[in-house]
Design a protein around this ligand. Structure first.
Ligand SMILES: *[C@@H]1O[C@H](CO)[C@@H](O)[C@H](O)[C@H]1NC(C)=O
Ligand SMILES: *[C@@H]1O[C@H](CO)[C@@H](O)[C@H](O)[C@H]1NC(C)=O
Ligand SMILES: *[C@@H]1O[C@H](CO)[C@@H](O)[C@H](O)[C@H]1NC(C)=O
Ligand SMILES: *[C@@H]1O[C@H](CO)[C@@H](O)[C@H](O)[C@H]1NC(C)=O
Ligand SMILES: *[C@@H]1O[C@H](CO)[C@@H](O)[C@H](O)[C@H]1NC(C)=O
Ligand SMILES: *[C@@H]1O[C@H](CO)[C@@H](O)[C@H](O)[C@H]1NC(C)=O
Ligand SMILES: *[C@@H]1O[C@H](CO)[C@@H](O)[C@H](O)[C@H]1NC(C)=O
Length: 270
């Protein structure tokens, strides 16, 4: 009993701490490589797990779903991102059904993780048409410890195109709910061909994310799903410029090795 109440207290404290600081989450899974340097844990249920279970608006049994949540929620009390990419609010004919499915899944998830843990639906904000913003608001109303995790990947060498796309999804999110954390997903590889983006482009993205007052941080994605990440690049990820650049950035962002921190939010645990 004591352990359970402690876990609950930690979860509730984490959700307010997470929301009031600038977090750089490490959602990478490259071979033998993690980011470290004050980055924060995050949990993720991949589309290859969720999509087959929810295709067409089906709902898995509560037991099956709760077991999946426990399997993937490897850092209890840190946010859980649900990548159920077949449950988007892009059509009024399915929105009601999908709202019911997502409400059910997030309620069951909350049954098995610490009270106060944050949930977010991966890139749902980029995939909600304006006439269905009310559905997204209802989804948030169904579980209020919510955050937004829009994708912010790189499709070209143009930082201005990348920034415009980010600004556009932030505007959508602020229309839906302007009080919840926004943590975009970035990826050091091009979305189209998986090769690593140039170091200076990555550096500019990190700086624009930090300067953007609408954001409470961001998530770094990469690796894990071999189908999309291409094994050719998986093992060499640590040799690419992004890792050193990210670590230098985190070092000065949080004052990891001394010096004045620009932001609070370095990971609480080792
Ligand atoms: C969220 O939705 C689920 C599924 O409809 C429902 O069982 C649950 O009671 C709702 N929770 C809240 C807080 O409205
Ligand atoms: C935004 O989310 C917060 C926290 O869940 C909630 O209290 C508020 O009512 C929401 N606002 C809208 C416009 O839905
Ligand atoms: C990958 O795509 C980017 C953006 O279009 C391009 O600049 C780069 O040259 C491509 N790299 C390879 C190896 O095809
Ligand atoms: C990026 O977008 C922000 C917010 O819209 C804007 O203030 C900033 O000037 C833009 N920066 C660049 C380099 O495009
Ligand atoms: C992975 O990338 C390499 C180098 O661009 C390419 O030769 C290979 O065909 C790719 N493999 C897959 C499975 O896409
Ligand atoms: C990753 O670690 C494994 C186990 O220690 C090792 O066999 C492998 O060579 C490493 N790969 C790279 C790319 O360093
Ligand atoms: C980044 O690379 C530079 C030059 O090789 C090196 O001096 C520095 O220690 C590296 N930083 C980190 C955080 O690994």
């Amino acid at each position: 009993m004591r352990n359970i109440s402690r876990l609950i207290a930690v979860g509730a404290a984490m959700s307010s701490t997470l929301a009031s600081s600038f977090r750089v989450f490490d959602n990478t899974a490259y071979t033998n490589t993690s980011v470290g340097y004050g980055s924060t844990n995050i949990n993720w249920i991949h589309a290859y797990v969720c999509n087959p279970l929810t295709e067409g608006g089906t709902i898995p049994s509560a037991d099956v779903w709760k077991a999946i949540v426990l399997e993937w929620n490897v850092y209890p009390s840190y946010p859980l991102v649900l990548a159920c990419e077949v449950l988007y609010f892009t059509s009024s004919s399915t929105a009601g059904l999908y709202l019911k499915v997502m409400s059910t899944l997030q309620t069951w998830a909350a049954d098995v993780f610490p009270e106060g843990q944050i949930i977010g639906w991966y890139s749902l904000s980029r995939n909600t048409i304006s006439s269905l913003y009310g559905h997204y608001q209802e989804l948030i109303g169904n579980y209020s410890n919510h955050a937004f995790f829009p994708s912010a990947y790189t499709f070209s060498d143009s930082i201005s195109t990348w920034n415009k796309s980010l600004t556009s999804v932030i505007n959508v999110i602020n229309t839906i709910n302007d009080t919840l954390p926004i943590w975009p997903y970035i990826w050091p590889q091009y979305h189209g061909n998986y090769s690593f983006i140039p170091g200076d482009l990555w550096q500019q993205e990190l700086e624009l994310l930090e300067a953007n007052r609408n954001l409470e941080g961001f998530v770094i994605w990469g690796g894990k799903n071999h189908a999309v990440c291409n094994d050719t690049y998986q093992a060499t990820a640590a040799l690419e410029p992004w890792l050193n650049i990210t670590r230098e950035y985190l070092d000065t962002l949080y004052g990891v090795y001394g010096g004045a921190a620009r932001k609070v939010g370095a990971q609480l645990f080792n």
